[in-house]
Ligand binder design. Structure first.
Ligand code: HEM
Length: 149
């Protein structure tokens, strides 16, 4: 089993990165849709179109991409000789991943609120939180590539 994991390592890492890019695209784009949706009049064509876009983005791309990122990441974490668990970068990375998962779940809650015309947050709020996944992405890539500590 461990020989198989080592042999498959480059493929698993490639799939991990592809899934991560799709997940991040959703985490960056969905709050941007919320920014415009928050300013659209309730019941307008625009508002109804945003509802369809948000639902499809979340269910069609973000949920599957998040699961694939986590599953391939977990497989990499079990590949022998890859991660030195005494180093701190991997734990810092996992902490940031937990933050991204929490952010994802908050966006899913936001999508349900918009779908039911119950959103109470202003566009400015979504414009601000929109920056968070980008900061997490920069930190995670530096952690996994540079392994600074
Ligand atoms: C449960 C969640 C995750 C786990 C357990 C995990 C684990 C890992 C492991 C063990 C590696 C291999 C490191 C190596 O080759 O030395 C890796 C690579 C990578 N991960 Fe993750 N990961 C997770 C989520 C994420 C997320 C959410 C992102 C980005 C937002 C990400 C970005 C990357 C990148 C860019 C690489 C390639 C690094 C390189 O080429 O050396 N990972 N991951």
């Amino acid at each position: 089993m461990s020989g198989l994991l080592v042999a498959a390592y480059p493929w698993i890492k490639a799939l991990h990165i592809v899934a991560m890019v799709a997940w991040m695209a959703g985490l960056l784009y969905l709050p941007r849709l919320f920014v415009y949706h928050a300013d659209a009049a309730l019941g307008s064509d625009k508002s109804e179109t945003f509802k369809v876009m948000e639902r499809r983005l979340l269910r069609g791309i973000m949920h599957p991409a998040a699961i694939a990122t986590l599953v391939f990441g977990a497989i990499l974490a079990h590949t022998p000789g890859l991660v030195d668990w005494h180093q701190y970068w991997i734990w810092a990375k996992l902490g940031l991943v937990a933050g991204l998962i929490a952010f994802h779940l908050l966006l899913a809650r936001g999508q349900r609120a918009f779908a039911a015309d119950r959103n109470i947050r202003p566009a400015r709020f979504y414009r601000l939180v929109n920056e968070l996944p980008m900061l997490a992405l920069i930190a995670i890539v530096i952690l996994v590539v540079v392994e600074p500590f």
